[in-house]
Design a protein around this ligand. Structure first.
Ligand SMILES: [Zn+2]
Ligand SMILES: [Zn+2]
Length: 216
């Protein structure tokens, strides 16, 4: 791991380059400059995230006992894929949900994006760094969980406030990345059309309902 001292929004943090790999090793890359300042670590118990874990057959790896996934949101241009592009796949669990990118060789989740390129956003599932969501190594890389996305009701006021602050922080970062670097396309979209580099898989209603039946 290469460490470098970087300055982000006035905060001095140690940023780390972390090797990225699917579980079987066919897809490999590097996540550049990970630090608590450059990312947004969240947890999500939503139906889409839980259904996705069941879709991949990796609920044991991706979900805790409450059905929560850990995700760290980052600038997608720092998520580099060096090998195994032919194994990339994307699924849309719901018609309006994110594109969820994974590897078709061993069903390792990589990250979630908008349906098109343009705005820089990537929500990474930590498994591709070799660690489960809440392991101390993940917290060391991207800091503690800042908030819960799509909290199950009833949601206490403190939790709502944390989520609002987290979303404001994320949107500020996205605007800074967009202004500084222009339209976002790496690593999952075509540079010119901003369309996904792989045609997303869409589920039938029957398939989606079968996954949702496993949601807690
Ligand atoms: Zn693999
Ligand atoms: Zn979710």
């Amino acid at each position: 791991m290469a460490d470098q001292l970087i300055l982000i929004e006035g905060e001095q943090k140690m940023a780390t380059d972390v090797p990225m790999s699917c579980t079987c090793g066919k897809v490999k890359g590097m996540i550049r400059g990970l630090s608590p300042a450059s990312t947004n670590h969240v947890r999500c118990p939503c139906v889409g995230c839980q259904s996705y874990a069941h879709y991949l057959g990796r609920a044991d790896d991706m979900l805790d006992e409450g059905g929560y996934s850990n995700i760290f949101q980052m600038n997608p241009r720092n998520f580099e894929i060096h090998e195994g592009h032919e194994h990339l796949a994307a699924v849309r669990i719901t018609k309006t949900g994110p594109l969820r990118w994974y590897t078709d060789c061993c069903k390792t989740p990589l990250g979630n994006t908008f349906p098109r390129g343009g705005m820089p956003f990537l929500g990474v599932l930590p498994i591709c760094t070799g660690f489960k969501g809440t392991s101390p190594e993940v917290v060391e890389m991207v800091g503690p969980v800042r908030a819960v996305g799509y909290e199950k009701p009833p949601v206490p006021f403190g939790s709502k406030l944390r989520t609002t602050l987290m979303i404001m922080r994320l949107f500020t970062k996205m605007m800074i990345w967009r202004i500084r670097e222009g339209k976002s396309w790496k690593p999952f979209f075509d540079e010119h059309s901003l369309r996904p580099i792989k045609k997303p898989i869409t589920l039938t209603d029957v398939e989606r309902e079968a996954l949702e039946a496993k949601v807690i």
